[in-house]
Write a protein that binds this ligand. Structure first.
Ligand code: NAD
Length: 354
């Protein structure tokens, strides 16, 4: 298992250290794991003048999987756009052809009170949000800021989806649903956007190849509402880049803390980039208070999706459950009666229960 490790910025390095402890524990159990480190984001700018240095992309391309911390920081906010840390992320996703972003929103029974919704609405919640990651308005051309003939300035972007892009991510969605509760809800804005009308047509076509899966469609505004009204109605939510960006953060909060949520971004051959859903949290960086569990759970997803080792994935997830059952909590998921611990202690606790 050749894994590229990209700690990035802010809390990235601290939480990556904890995930690496887990990988090293697995290695000492006999798993053949090779780790190699590189810079990305602000750390890439500092080290090589580029948020995605060429050496980093090369290493990622030559690896089976990539484990990433997070990117971004106040000190990089004023840089011109091509130099901004987030560009490193967008470029590595594009460079590796990672078109399918999987974000589970899962409520652990031990954390049911951490949710912003009533416990009965989220208890047992288990949704998979599948966001298309390399198309849509984030990449469509033309885009820019122009001055019209009358002198007024105008900003513009282009929403674009080609048939092959929709088809391949739809297949991933139906295949994931086959292993879960066999329900796909495709989210779009087909009442207003032509791109969405086309999305709906293609998804409906692909669905014919998966007769066991129940397909429904929902407008994105309604989906945003349903996620806080009755989130348990969903199994797999399949959606485009911009809608998925927003809905997956909303779903994240249903689970209590963004510090618990892993993600996977896959290419056509299940090579993947694994990272927590949260950002670099510069407000808490270096204080040993960040929650490393989302990053550790990202390693579990790596074992499941890239290395097809469901057994190891479940072992890691089981270790995290056990730590929560022991009452150990980082600050973001702390409640009265529990034991508050720091980032490094949380990593150690997971390794112990592993
Ligand atoms: P953020 O996710 O970094 O932080 C939001 C809030 O959640 C903060 O209060 C933070 O302290 C808290 N938080 C986040 N992760 C946590 C953890 N593991 N444990 C405990 N608390 C945690 O989002 P933001 O503040 O909007 O962005 C900060 C920087 O991160 C920006 O530069 C942004 O561009 C970048 N960002 C990067 C990614 C990524 O690397 N994938 C994603 C989102 C934002």
């Amino acid at each position: 298992m050749k894994i590229a490790v990209l700690p990035g910025d802010g809390i990235g390095p601290e939480i990556i250290v904890q995930a690496v402890k887990v990988l090293e524990a697995l290695r000492s159990d006999g798993l053949k794991i090779e780790l190699e480190y590189a810079h990305i984001g602000g750390a890439g700018c500092d080290a090589a003048g580029d948020p995605l240095p060429e050496a980093t992309l090369k290493l990622a391309q030559a690896s089976d999987a990539v484990l990433l911390g997070a990117v971004g920081g106040y000190q990089y906010d004023a840089l011109p756009r091509p130099m901004r840390p987030e560009q490193g992320l967008l470029r590595i996703r594009k460079g590796l052809g990672l078109f399918a972003n999987l974000r589970p929103a899962l409520v652990y029974p031990e954390l049911v009170n951490a949710s912003s919704l009533k416990p009965e609405l989220v208890s047992g919640l288990d949704i998979m949000i599948l966001r298309e990651l390399t198309g849509d308005i984030y990449f469509g051309q033309p885009r820019g800021i122009r001055t019209l003939e009358n002198g007024e300035r105008q900003g513009f972007d282009t929403m674009l989806y080609s048939e092959s892009e929709i088809r391949r991510v739809a297949h991933v969605g139906f295949q994931i649903a086959m292993k879960r509760n066999k329900k796909v809800c495709s989210v779009d804005k087909a009442n207003v956007l032509d791109t969405s009308m086309f999305w709906r047509e293609i998804v409906t076509n692909v669905a014919k190849e998966y007769p066991a899966v129940e397909l429904s469609h929902m407008y994105v505004d309604n989906a945003a509402m349903q996620l806080v009204r009755a989130p348990k109605q969903f199994d797999v939510i399949l959606t485009g880049n911009i809608f998925g960006d927003i809905l997956s953060d909303e779903a994240a909060m249903l689970t209590g803390s963004i510090g618990m949520l892993p993600s996977a971004s896959l290419d056509a051959n299940n090579k993947g980039l694994y990272e927590p859903c949260h950002g670099s949290a510069p407000d808490i960086a270096g204080k040993d208070i960040a929650n490393p569990l989302a990053t550790i759970l990202s390693v579990a997803m790596m074992m499941r999706y890239t290395f097809a080792r469901e057994d190891i994935a479940q072992r890691i997830e089981g270790a995290v459950r056990k730590v929560l059952q022991q009452g150990l909590r980082t600050g973001d998921i702390y409640e009265a009666g529990m034991q508050k611990i720091g980032t490094a202690a949380m990593g150690d606790a997971v390794v112990r229960s592993l």
